[in-house]
Design a protein around this ligand. Structure first.
Ligand code: NAD
Ligand code: TYD
Length: 353
């Protein structure tokens, strides 16, 4: 199996690459990443020497580059994670989300379709997997409701609109050209390598450095959190066992209000940093709400659990402890990210294509 994983230098992609490279030594894994601000090859420093792993620096908005790469590599599968992923950035710069998430995804679909259609085996044994988000379903207002695979799309932010558009294109290629596609929509991830612009790593970093903890609005918004390694395990299950043309929702049945997470992190960090109880909570600062802030996300994950036998391995409190421990013992990673040093650190260690 020659497998392309896009966005493998990012948060979730790095865990997917690590899982596939180590679990399937017989696979040849190609990690295609443009190394935007969110891409960090240090996320893969422990596996980059393995013989079945190759890094390719490239941009999915470049159709010609993708066409040449597909012709050269003769790939069997694609797991597509490369994306602009932060809602706040999508509010200030929607067009970069259109370019990478929509145009980039269609470029990748075209490259896969054209290269596979002209190969001797055609689409036989090929698979295009799009990794997406539960944010495409919009916001839940009734406490009894969950997002299922049948929930109608109702994206509310430029980020979720771009991911919804890319999901539609993936399904359209499955329907129109019979490209063998599969999709998943996952809830909020947390864990090691999480870029400190997102809620949990930002709070960990700010608590550590005694900076204000910016809670949007009243902190009442609810997210459904899943440990990133459990998402990677789910991606493995969907890629290998998911039915062609189907979608799988992935989540941990683990809903938390933002303010409760921030308070829990304050307690954990006070204990780990040896600060008197209640010290970090004094840093909590309520700030202007995010524009169009979705109230609640909650995934019904019964389909993947019942049909593919996947289930989360970690309870949230345990996962959060692990995450805090990772950030505290990987200070260099965090320092390099916050100083920007990570963007030049690995220059020269790969060949630009
Ligand atoms: P991330 O921002 O940490 O990483 C994205 C990666 O894509 C980076 O390495 C970046 O360099 C790369 N990239 C960006 N633009 C590119 C381009 N034009 N060409 C090639 N590479 C490019 O994102 P993440 O949080 O790891 O999310 C990965 C995927 O999972 C995304 O598709 C996202 O929509 C989806 N997702 C994320 C979450 C979450 O909680 N983070 C939840 C569900 C689904
Ligand atoms: P985030 O990690 O950006 O993920 P998403 O917007 O994709 O769910 O935000 C998670 C929640 O935390 C969301 O409701 C917005 C909120 N939030 C804050 O209150 N303060 C912050 O500084 C950030 C980054 C997010």
């Amino acid at each position: 199996m020659k497998l392309l994983i896009t966005g493998g230098a990012g948060f979730i992609g790095s865990h997917v690459v690590r899982l596939f490279v180590t679990k399937y030594p017989e696979y040849q894994i190609y990690n295609l990443d443009a190394l935007t601000y969110a891409g960090n090859l240090a996320n893969l420093s422990d596996i980059e020497h393995l013989p079945n792993y190759t890094f390719i620096k490239g941009d999915i908005t470049d159709a010609k580059f993708l066409e040449d790469m597909f012709a050269e590599l003769e790939l069997d599968g694609v797991i597509h994670l490369a994306a602009e992923s932060h809602v706040d950035r999508s509010i200030t710069d929607p067009m970069s989300f259109v370019m990478t998430n929509v145009v980039g995804t269609v470029n990748l679909l075209n490259a896969a379709k054209n290269s596979w259609a002209s190969s001797a085996s055609g689409f036989e044994g090929k698979r295009f997997y799009h990794v997406s988000t539960d944010e495409v379903f919009g916001s839940l207002h009734n406490p009894e409701d969950f997002f299922t695979e049948e929930t109608a799309y109702d994206p509310q932010s430029p980020y979720s609109a771009s991911k919804a558009a890319s999901d539609h294109f993936v399904r359209a290629y499955g329907n129109t050209y019979k490209l063998p596609v599969v999709l998943s929509n996952c809830s909020n991830n947390y864990g090691p390598n999480h870029f400190p612009e997102k809620l949990i790593p930002l709070m960990i970093h700010n608590i550590q450095t005694s900076k204000p903890l910016p809670v949007y609005g009243k902190g009442e918004n609810v997210r459904d959190w899943l440990f990133v390694v459990d998402h990677a395990r789910a991606i493995d299950a969907v890629f290998h066992k998911g039915k062609e043309g189907e979608t799988y929702n992935i989540g941990g049945f683990n809903e938390w209000k933002n303010i409760d997470i921030v308070n829990l992190l304050c307690q954990i960090m006070d204990r780990k940093l040896g600060r008197p109880e209640g010290t970090s909570a004094q840093l909590i600062t309520y700030v202007t709400d995010r524009a169009g802030h979705d109230l609640r996300y909650a995934i019904d994950a019964h389909k993947i659990m019942n049909e593919l036998g996947w289930e989360p391995s970690l309870q949230f409190e345990e996962g959060l402890e692990k995450t805090v421990d990772w950030f505290l013992s990987n200070q260099t990673w965090l320092d390099n990210v916050t100083s920007g040093a990570y963007q030049s650190y690995y220059q020269g260690m790969y060949t630009n294509r």
